[in-house]
Design a protein around this ligand. Structure first.
Ligand code: PLP
Length: 369
């Protein structure tokens, strides 16, 4: 039997089908509709914020947040070197410059110590990323931001439900951006959300999302806005997924714990670590093999693929990409760790026997590294 174990896949039940079909049948197929209102309200409640605003995707949520915060040409925004490219691209869309800082080796999130060194007179904002489901050290980041009067946007695209103490991500900065892409904790196909407690910021973002149409005077526009709206069809799926989020988060935790048990004692291997103050949602199970280079990592991944096991590499340092090229000596931790990481299959419906199989394959490969 040839196995194929994918890295990720959404969990779709009858609820998602029923709600989406209901939205289709209602005729409210674009961006007005009951599911949009419900999804925004329920997501705000989930995060513990006063407001939530749906967007077309997570990248738009980041861009819209920056635009609503008034960030533009000539400004600088601090982002971690180790993240999905969207974090930096959203900054670039505004005309501002992303300034890349290093990460902490344990959490793989932005190192608060590195922020102060990166602040200049042009710095306007910080975007900490809750990478792979682990929250960034928001208390320290917020303290530094407040010293320098910087706007804080959480990139929570990979971390719905993650917590610091009892506070959920989404409520830990001035605002936060979420993604509902197909491989995220919950999905709407494509989709995104901004959460915030700041009413003025929320109103600005809401208006910009809809081409900055004047609230009283239809088709009057005072500035260049966007169409970054989500559809009611996507929101219907989102409402269904959000109703199931406790179950989905429990599943991610169980999957991680099984991997951790089955891979324990493997030399040089470490899985996701979690800070004492954090609740990790384990968006991805990350196998990090100490000291391996990119070639070895590619060899391991090819080997897994031959056994029918999908995997994915860590992100490349943004400072290695042509458009964000920078001196690697400035972000040594990112450059030391990026080549060591392989994310293993952690889709919701993965069977325990499949996890065990992946672990057996990984053990057999790694003896020959
Ligand atoms: C997925 C992701 C995004 C972008 O979300 P999209 O919905 O794909 O646009 C942004 N930042 C991070 C860290 C992500 O993982």
């Amino acid at each position: 039997m040839i196995k194929h174990i994918p890295i990720s896949a959404p969990s779709i039940t009858q609820k998602e089908i029923d709600f989406t079909l209901d939205a289709v049948r209602s005729g409210w197929v674009s961006s007005l509709g009951e599911y949009i209102t419900r999804f925004e309200q329920e997501f705000a409640d989930f995060c513990g914020t006063s407001y939530a605003l749906t967007t077309s995707n997570g990248t738009c949520a980041l861009h819209l947040s920056l635009a609503a915060a008034g960030i533009g040409t000539g400004d600088e925004v601090i982002v971690p070197d180790f993240t999905f490219v969207a974090t930096a691209n959203a900054v670039s869309y505004t005309g501002a410059k992303p300034v890349l800082v290093d990460i902490e080796p344990d959490t793989l999130c932005m190192d608060p110590e590195k922020i102060s060194e990166a602040v200049t007179s042009r710095t306007k904002a910080i975007i900490p990323v809750h990478i792979f489901g682990h929250p960034a050290d928001m208390d320290r980041i917020n303290a530094i931001a407040s010293d320098h009067n910087l706007f804080v946007i959480e990139d929570a695209a990979e971390a719905h439900g993650a917590q610091i103490d009892s506070r959920r991500v989404g409520s830990l900065g001035h605002c936060a951006a979420f993604s509902f892409y197909g491989n995220k904790i919950i999905t709407t196909g494509e989709g995104g959300m901004i959460t915030t407690d700041d009413e003025k910021f929320y109103q600005t973002a809401r208006q910009l999302r809809d081409h900055s149409m004047d609230k009283e005077k239809r088709y009057w526009h005072n500035e260049i806005g966007f169409n970054y709206r989500m559809t009611n069809l996507q929101a219907a799926m989102g409402v269904a997924q959000l109703e199931r989020i406790d179950e989905l988060l429990a599943r991610k935790r169980d999957i991680f714990e099984r991997y951790a048990r089955r891979l324990s004692g493997m030399p040089r291997l470490r899985l996701n670590r979690t800070a004492s103050w954090a609740k990790n949602v384990y968006w991805m199970v990350c196998a990090q093999i100490e000291g391996i280079d990119e070639t070895t990592r590619e060899r391991i991944m090819a080997n897994l693929r031959q056994h029918g096991v999908d995997s994915r590499p860590y992100f490349y340092p943004l400072s290695d990409l042509p458009m964000y090229r920078n001196d690697p000596a400035k972000t040594p931790v990112t450059h030391r760790l990026y080549s060591e990481g392989i994310c293993l299959p952690s889709f919701f419906d993965i069977k325990e026997s499949e996890i065990d199989y992946v672990c057996d394959v990984l053990r057999s490969i790694s003896t020959s590294i």
